[in-house]
Design a protein around this ligand. Structure first.
Ligand code: ADP
Ligand code: GN1
Ligand code: MG
Length: 367
């Protein structure tokens, strides 16, 4: 789908939140495919402050209240763990409540908006240029999982059921091919064949979970490397962001998506497929960083599946992009014609690149 049209009164939306000062301006921010994110500036007593305003995509998140409940519980817990930390405000997101004391604001179209304090002096990266960035990011995502091991209260809400159920994602692709709603299937024969030829791969993680080998945990589920902020000065993995998909899951869903987004020097939508490779030093850094924080709780079976998870999650996201292309681009925001097909091709090429290095990757995780 294309981005939400900019007929918005961002000043009015910003004004709904309980923050001091007057609205100056807001601009689109980040490179997410689902929500609409804006960086907004407000002035109070001659001081300018930034905030993040986000419109939660109502087509994707049918129950924005459940999303916000999960986010709020997770943030309260992270905050309790950071109680004595001098830099606590930069290490976990802080929601700004509405003037009515709610977690989020509903606009006149019924869409839900939330507001976060802007975390300064830190950045997210779409493409990593140094292995240490991978180490830091993976350590931060591992610490996030570790901090949530003892989240009190009931199980988090499953805001997107079967989100990482890869066999279901493959079924959805098969249905999209059969329906061929926008007449694109014929031109995607190679990609469809690639996907169907790996149907066994689809079941590898859910099968182990069903057999009791991989435990359910609280996971982030969208650990693209640009969903963690790295400190601009120290390079440290500072703050995990984009918490909409925090819910029960497998630790390996998170590690797998880190592999997908960290090991290649080419972007997720690379046209030049030959530029897509596995940079082994980045993979090694991911393993090292992740185990530095998650090593204390991961089981032997989880460790044994680290490389497999990279292969599987890359395949899964490829399936989702291809499905969306065949359905007429109804889910992910696109920015050029056939964008989802281009993304799918790049994911599938990365699957092949991972397959070629799988033995080395497995050996690294065991070392
Ligand atoms: P999306 O769903 O659009 O990916 P994100 O929550 O990931 O939404 O935000 C988009 C980008 O905005 C991030 O990649 C990050 O660079 C930036 N960002 C998000 N939240 C904050 C924050 N609280 N402080 C500073 N930057 C942020
Ligand atoms: C979406 O919102 P964003 O851009 O961080 C998607 C992820 C995909 C990712 C692929 C809720 O993430 O699952 O892995 O695109 N989020 C949702 O880039 O579907
Ligand atoms: Mg994001």
């Amino acid at each position: 789908m294309t981005a939400h049209p900019l007929t918005l009164d961002l000043a009015a939306i910003g004004g709904a939140f309980d923050l001091p000062g007057t609205f100056i301006a807001a601009e689109r921010y980040g490179s997410g495919h689902i929500n609409d994110t804006y960086a907004a500036r407000f002035r109070h007593a001659d001081v300018e402050r930034r905030y993040i305003l986000q419109r939660i995509n109502p087509q994707v998140f049918r129950d924005a209240g459940a999303v916000m409940e999960n986010v709020d519980r997770v943030l309260a817990h992270l905050r309790s763990k950071l109680a004595n930390h001098p830099d606590a405000a930069r290490r976990a997101l802080t929601l700004v409540p509405t003037r009515n004391g709610e977690r989020a604001f509903r606009d006149s179209d019924g869409a839900t908006w939330r507001c976060y304090h802007f975390i300064g002096g830190a950045s997210s990266h779409d493409i990593l240029t140094r292995p240490d960035q991978a180490r830091q990011a993976a350590a931060a995502f591992g610490a996030f999982q570790r901090q949530l091991l003892d989240l009190p209260g009931p199980r988090l809400r499953e805001t997107l059921p079967d989100f990482h159920n890869t066999p279901r994602r493959l079924d959805a692709l098969a249905r999209a091919v059969a329906d061929d709603r926008v007449g694109r299937a014929r031109a995607c024969g190679r990609e469809i064949d690639f996907a169907l030829a790996r149907s066994t791969l689809a079941g590898e993680l859910v099968k182990r979970h069903a057999a009791g080998l991989l435990p359910e945990r609280i996971t982030h589920n969208d650990t693209k490397l640009n969903n963690v902020l790295l400190d601009d000065v120290t390079g440290e993995g500072l703050c995990v962001i984009d918490l909409d998909t925090v819910m029960p899951g497998l630790a390996l869903y998170d590690f797998g998506d880190m592999v997908r987004t960290a090991v290649s020097a080419a972007p997720e939508d690379a046209d030049d497929l030959d530029a897509i490779t596995v940079r082994m030093p980045f993979y090694a850094a991911l393993v090292e960083g992740y185990l530095s924080s998650a090593g204390s709780f991961l089981t032997r079976d989880e460790r044994a599946c680290l490389a497999l998870s990279g292969r599987l999650i890359t395949y899964e996201i490829g399936l989702r992009f291809l499905t969306d292309h065949l359905q007429g681009d109804v889910y992910f925001q696109i920015h050029r014609p056939a964008h989802n097909l281009i993304r799918a091709r790049a994911q599938f090429r990365l699957v092949e690149a991972i397959e070629a290095r799988l033995d080395e990757m497995n050996a690294l995780a065991k070392a």
